[in-house]
Ligand binder design. Sequence first.
Ligand SMILES: CC(=O)SCCNC(=O)CCNC(=O)[C@H](O)C(C)(C)COP(=O)(O)OP(=O)(O)OC[C@H]1O[C@@H](n2cnc3c(N)ncnc32)[C@H](O)[C@@H]1OP(=O)(O)O
Length: 404
Amino acid sequence: MDIRDVPEAHIDRALALAYLVFHERPEDELHKHQQELMRECERIGAYDGDTLVGFVALHRFTLSVPGGEVPCPGLTYVCVAPTHRRRGVLSDLIGEVHRRCAAEGWPLAVLWASEDAIYGRFGFGAATDGITVEIDSRRPLALRITPDERPLRMVDPADAPELLGPYYEATRARRPGRLARDAARWRGEWLVDKDEEDDELSPPRIVALGDPLAGYAVYRTRPENEDTHSPGLVRLDELEADTPQAAAALWSYLASIDLTGTVRAWGRPLDDPLLLFAADRDQVRVTGQFPALWLRLVDVTAALTARSWAADTDLVLELRDDRLPSNAGRLRLTVISGAAHCTPSTDPADLTLDVRDLAACYLGGTKAVRLVHAGLIGEHTPGAADALDAALHTGQLPHTGDEF
Ligand SMILES: CC(=O)SCCNC(=O)CCNC(=O)[C@H](O)C(C)(C)COP(=O)(O)OP(=O)(O)OC[C@H]1O[C@@H](n2cnc3c(N)ncnc32)[C@H](O)[C@@H]1OP(=O)(O)O
């Protein structure tokens, strides 16, 4: 198999392969959107002669990490022709992604997985989690705090990138795991008129609190189904707020929209304050939890030094990395005043771990001590996992709203 760039002239071939493996037949509008998306991406193909049999597209993303941000590729549209499965095509494509990361100076790579079983073997760990939350809104939302009383206003989606964009960007400084969005991303991914998966949903609606902006919610609605008598739905896509009171005002608004009886929010952060300030947890239920952003530390030293750290520490980590031997071996991680320094070491290891498990811990979303309890990290010095967790700690849990 020949691994090479996919020229613009082959974008339709790449999309045809993706539609084949993902069992899709998109409408014209969506197809055009995907063509545009592919034009923006770096495109890597596996060719069998002239036939494109494997494909991966790379977004050029900027990911928030504690204390800063890093450029990284976002892998998407990963597909291998059904006729060429399990012959190492994906392994070759990922190998090429690693080479490009080294060439571009990208310390890590990210993706959303179609199936959890695929990417661990390639050194990816689930670095952020999302939860689904459902509110029974047939009665007013019961709260333990008083909502912000400033007026709410509807925002025209056409104005949203300008109004919400800077606000969202500020949230990235507080929450690791978030991707930078430009106006094109807002328009193409968040504000499209027709929902990709449910054509009964309304266009996006945006409600904003305060001026200057103190919070916003992006949502769609679906009317009551008269045949099944299921109540109208509010499907929340994103909610951000400065304070718990501002969040409470937005949640109360969503739960009080006439002719609806359920609010369904997908991909909320694990530490969503709603779960604590809701007075009745029978009314506000977590209905699911899933791994969201998978992260690969391609250059461990560069990635560890790119984030800030919450506590001083000095630990020797014995790292396993089957795919990238340059990461494997013993590394001394010294954190002084929030900055990490990494040097090769011959001292005995405090912790032994696989690179995928370090990736899961990297943004502060997974506790190393839990991985010790699960038998996935070896702790040779008592308290070493606690020390690593204290250093990795982040104020807010990592969260990724952008699925790609
Ligand atoms: C970021 C994204 O885009 S996620 C989308 C991923 N794509 C899809 O789900 C579309 C449908 N599936 C496919 O196109 C293909 O089956 C792929 C891309 C998942 C795998 O491609 P392949 O070329 O068959 O993978 P490859 O032969 O390199 O397999 C490498 C290893 O992964 C394993 N593997 C591959 N796919 C899967 C899977 N779906 N579940 C579990 N293990 C898998 C293989 O068994 C192999 O294991 P080994 O190293 O122990 O031998």
